[in-house]
Write a protein that binds this ligand. Structure first.
Ligand code: B1M
Length: 211
């Protein structure tokens, strides 16, 4: 890892908000590409947090403070990732599915989509199939994006797709899905229109489906 990124990585791992913000600033000042800052300094640290949780070294509070440090750093990084000074190319409703409170990945996807000139309607976390359907009715987006981080909440994506079909809306909106446990095969299985493994590929996928 780039030496300039190590303090940022450590700050997120240890849940230190101020240090995380300072770490992002130092990396940007040091000329590191914002995407490298994100992937190698920040997402890599969150992966390690997950590993320590699995190993029983970290518990929920440690995951939570690490997530807060990550969000604070992201707020500073966002203007460098997003340049949305042009007209929207389409509208997308996004949310984390019912029962799931993980929102860092979903927020990153929303940021990249904003950078790709989409208008974002962000429903937040723990979004029920009914709420997704209501939002599609109300906003009439070209795309709907669902994020899930838990194996136990992934099935809510299929329930939402089925609810769109029952409401007669499935043909009117393209559905894209993602999140750490989600795969291309799962996306095909549940009848989604697309899957992306990360935020930048989610933005390219959205552009290709909206076009
Ligand atoms: Co939780 N958690 N968590 N957690 N958490 C995981 C997901 C876990 C893998 C940790 C582990 O065991 N290694 C595990 C899930 C196991 C499983 O289901 N297989 C887990 C667990 C078990 C839990 C709880 C059940 C713990 C408990 O209470 N006992 C609990 C559940 C709460 C709930 O949701 N109901 C819980 C709680 C939490 C916190 C609230 C403390 C916190 C979340 C805070 C927040 O998000 N505001 C948290 C965190 C931080 C994590 C880890 C450590 C990090 C997640 C993260 O932000 N990653 C996570 C471990 C891990 O993922 N390795 C873990 C960084 C983020 C940038 O990546 O979200 O994958 P990610 O997003 C990526 C891609 O997936 C993709 O693009 C993003 C950017 O590249 N992507 C999309 C995401 N959404 C997309 C949508 C798209 C396309 C691409 O299209 C629409």
């Amino acid at each position: 890892m780039n030496d300039v990124l190590k303090p940022l990585y450590d700050a997120i791992l240890n849940g230190q908000q101020k240090e995380a913000v300072a770490g992002v600033q130092a990396a940007l000042d040091g000329g590191v590409d914002p995407i490298i800052v994100l992937n190698e300094g920040m997402i890599a640290a969150m992966k390690q947090v997950g590993k320590l949780f699995e190993e029983g070294e970290y518990f929920v509070p440690e995951m939570l403070i690490a997530a807060r440090a990550m969000q604070s750093g992201l707020a500073l990084l966002k203007p460098r990732l997003v340049q949305s000074d042009y007209k929207p190319v389409g509208k997308i409703v996004v949310g984390t599915v019912k029962g799931d409170l993980h929102d860092i990945g979903k927020n990153l996807v929303a940021m990249m989509l904003e950078g790709a000139a989409f208008e974002i309607i962000d429903l937040g976390v723990d979004v029920s199939p009914e709420k997704f359907v209501d939002a599609v009715k109300m906003h009439q987006p070209q795309l709907l994006g669902m994020s899930a981080l838990l194996t136990t909440t992934m099935p809510s994506m299929k329930v939402t797709i089925d609810a769109l079909t029952s409401a007669g809306l499935r043909q009117k909106v393209k559905v894209i899905v993602g999140g750490a446990p989600v795969t291309e095969a799962y996306a095909n299985l549940i009848g989604a229109d697309g899957f992306a493994p990360d935020a930048s590929r989610a933005a390219s996928l959205a552009k290709s489906l909206a076009g």
